[in-house]
Design a protein around this ligand. Structure first.
Ligand code: AMP
Ligand code: ZN
Length: 497
């Protein structure tokens, strides 16, 4: 019997605004789609939070015994600058700036994305399709929507006819808007006049001569609209209806609203049963974003090289920090909060070693089985990781009491504590223990921390005009293939392999 048969998982469904009992469409199987990154620059910590939130969902569903097919796309075409209908393609713009091929941009930042998520111990999705790999399918879907009378072509562009769709369906049902408000709130922008209505969105866009990412289509040379790729790839790999669709809160409108309309228009089905939206990571109270520069890059965290940081932090500590907040709450990033999380993390890891040293008693003062149920209740309550962590710390307290002889635990209880802690910390939350079993990533972190320490020592020597020492440190590091670069902002390093 699978574990899920004993558990009753509830998921907060953004479309109904309620926590609902989770029932997959097909018994034993779960189909989950999460909007992936647009790979035009380094992934920032805010993006990581969203992907860590859905990694927790993926891990818990697997832990419960479901066979999960997790599809997360890579957006490598069609995402325009202002998230709307106009502006340059983000990838193409970057390619021009860097004087490289758009696919070189895609490759560079896809690698960065994968490396960083691996550091955070995120499991890879089951399928990771790209928009450019599905141009043919996107064209086919546009044809279907046109045939159904819900899209129209003007001058090489194809638009979704929102008003027509809204005659029989509700455009705006996910984000709680209605068409009248949308119309009255839309300003008429130049270049949009060929649309029947300003809220119509592009399924296919004509490529101007300077647009370097272009494909042939029945409507001329162009490129697909951003919203379309997710509809096409989720339908292809999960079917016209599937269980869970996730993404950051900022994608609810218009991106996910358009996905519902496109899915419904092309297949006749409402595509998603449970919509999940992860909340934002903020820095100094403002959303972390690539476009505004208000962000921290994961690598800066691992080296401590960012003005918002007092030191370097290891990836599992950062992951633990993120899971201390519910995925639906805003989380503000700060050095103090991270430093507090680091202390908590070590306490939790220490308790695992302490547990191994406890002498068993014949009786027990702590009901481990009831405690374990509470851990499941927390996760069953819409993946409530902060409550789960609070329960884990209840166990830490009991373990420390037992260690000092103030509490009795039977061997059976000790074993149950150990296996449950193991399941929830490592398997469900995906928090690695860098204190105990040294993983290769922790070696890298230690190494980089050591280099940072030497840089600090060198800076100290330079301040004291002790140039002999500062030069010695620089030369020694160079000998070890670590190159230091001094600038007004401080000293950075590069490891040459
Ligand atoms: P992008 O690459 O900009 O399309 O974003 C990839 C994912 O990261 C999307 O699901 C966004 O909603 C999410 N995201 C972007 N900024 C943040 C943030 N500050 N906090 C949490 N998630 C974010
Ligand atoms: Zn998407």
């Amino acid at each position: 019997m699978a574990l899920y048969e004993h558990q009753s998982l509830k998921i907060y469904n953004s479309i109904t605004g309620k926590k609902e009992e989770f029932k997959p469409l097909t018994e034993d199987y779960v189909g989950m789609y999460v909007c992936g990154p647009t790979v035009y620059s380094n992934v920032h910590l805010g993006n990581c939070r969203t992907f860590i939130s859905f990694d927790l969902v993926f891990r818990y569903l697997k832990h419960l015994g479901y066979k999960v097919r997790y599809v997360r796309n890579i957006t490598d075409a069609g995402h325009l600058e202002n998230d709307g209908e106009e502006g340059e393609d983000r990838i193409a713009k970057r390619a021009k700036l860097m004087e490289i091929e758009p696919m070189e941009v895609v490759q560079k930042y896809s690698i960065d994305f994968h490396q960083i998520l691996e550091k955070f111990n995120n499991l890879p999705p089951s399928i990771e399709p790209t928009a450019t790999g599905h141009i043919i399918e996107q064209i086919e879907t546009i044809k279907t929507i046109i045939d159904k009378g819900l899209a129209y072509e003007v001058g090489g562009n194809v638009y979704f006819d929102v008003m027509k769709y809204n005659e029989s369906k509700h455009y705006g049902k996910l984000s709680g808007r209605n068409i009248e408000d949308l119309i009255s709130n839309t300003r008429e922008l130049t270049g949009q006049s060929e649309k029947k209505n300003p809220q119509d969105f592009a399924l296919w866009k004509k490529a101007e001569p300077q647009h370097i990412m272009r494909w042939p289509s029945p409507w001329g040379i162009g490129f697909p609209g951003w919203h379309l790729e997710c509809t096409v790839m989720s339908t292809k790999y999960l079917g016209k209806q599937f269980d869970i669709h996730g993404g950051g809160m900022d994608l609810k409108f218009p991106h996910h609203e358009c996905e519902i309309a496109q899915g419904q228009a092309s297949t006749g089905e409402d595509p998603v049963n449970y919509w999940m939206h992860a909340n934002m990571l903020t820095l100094n109270g403002k959303k972390m974003a690539k476009s505004t520069g208000n962000n921290i890059l994961p690598r800066e965290l691992f080296t401590g090289q960012n003005e918002n940081l007092s030191k370097a932090y290891q990836a599992p500590v950062v992951r633990f920090f993120m899971l201390q907040a519910n995925y639906r709450s805003i989380l503000d990033f700060s050095d103090e909060a991270l430093s507090a999380a680091e202390k908590g993390y070590h306490k939790l890891m220490d308790s695992l070693s302490t547990l191994k040293t406890i002498q068993p008693s014949k009786t027990s003062d702590f009901d481990v089985s009831a405690w374990k149920d509470k851990c499941y209740e927390a996760m069953n309550d819409d993946f409530n990781s902060p409550v789960l962590i609070a329960h884990l710390f209840e166990a830490v307290k009991q373990i420390n009491l037992a260690k000092s002889g103030k509490l009795a635990l039977t061997q059976e209880n000790i074993d149950l504590l150990e296996s449950t802690l193991h399941d929830f910390i490592f398997e469900v939350m995906g928090i690695e223990n860098v204190d105990g079993s040294a993983s290769s990533s922790s070696h890298t972190d230690d190494y980089e921390e050591l280099i940072q320490f030497l840089i600090d020592m060198r800076n100290h020597a330079r301040l004291n005009k002790d140039f002999e020492t500062s030069d010695k440190i620089r030369d020694k590091l160079l000998e070890m293939n670590v190159e230091l670069k001094d600038s007004k902002e401080g000293t950075t390093f590069q490891i040459h392999n």
